[in-house]
Design a protein around this ligand. Sequence first.
Ligand code: NAD
Length: 286
Amino acid sequence: MSATVIDGKMLSVSYKEKMKEQIVELEAKYGRKPCLAVIIVGEDPASQSYVRGKIKAAAFVGMDSRLIELPATISEEELLRHIADLNADGGVDGILVQLPLPRHINSNEVIEAITPMKDVDGFHPMNVANLWLGLDSMVPCTPKGIMKIIETSGINPDGKVAVIVGRSNIVGKPVAKLLLDANATVMIAHTHTEDLKAITLQADILVVAAGSLGLIKGDMVKPGAVVIDVGIGRNSEGKLSGDVDFEGAARVASYITPVPGGVGPMTITMLMENTIECFINRMHSL
Ligand code: NAD
């Protein structure tokens, strides 16, 4: 294996340690800590585990959190009322609604109901528009974490070819925009891409967010590339695994993120950073 494995867990701990100190300073300055409110609807085990991770991270950095657990049968109207209450609550700085929501609830309506000032996921249309316009915005957590990981690898995207596999609103598209802002030449591949290998082989920076286990084999990676594996799934043995064939890709890449322990921990850490950012913005706007 020749690639350096980027330890997302360790990296996230070092960011969170700095946040701990920052929160102590913020509390001394403003008289209270940042507070993240997390809404979970229903009992989906994966969502519950993600939410537990978020609440645990908030405790680790010393911020306040509120967990609002609602039944899967809740009406959209009632859920929107909870969001309106949190929007109006001066003690809440960030609001996150864990997705996916039950089918009878329109996720877009819910996302749009969160005030952009407290939209720690960066999914509100106002934040999305501001991101694409290059204005101040809340940057979605996974793409933000990916950029920190790339920075850590010592690779400056300026002038490099970056290929993103996947064009979702929460990962593929925003990470493409952030890499474009960092002056990379960006290509986005997706399910209609005709020759995926021909595209990925051009990538100095390869970000894979397809949700397709082991999609990227070693022979699809340009020698020396930085490979960021966003995918999370379970392989045939039930083990957490990514979209990249780790062993194969690590033989040719210069840097690679593992699954688990790569992008995932940084996503949660960036949620903490976004909550702090919302807190500071709100304190300045009062
Ligand atoms: P999504 O299903 O919304 O989008 C997947 C994208 O990949 C689509 O645009 C599709 O066109 C593309 N795609 C799928 N199969 C492909 C193929 N064979 N070839 C080329 N393109 C293909 O998924 P998402 O929400 O963006 O998530 C992607 C993966 O990342 C999932 O495994 C998800 O669990 C994971 N994820 C991880 C984190 C984290 O924090 N680590 C956060 C978000 C998502």
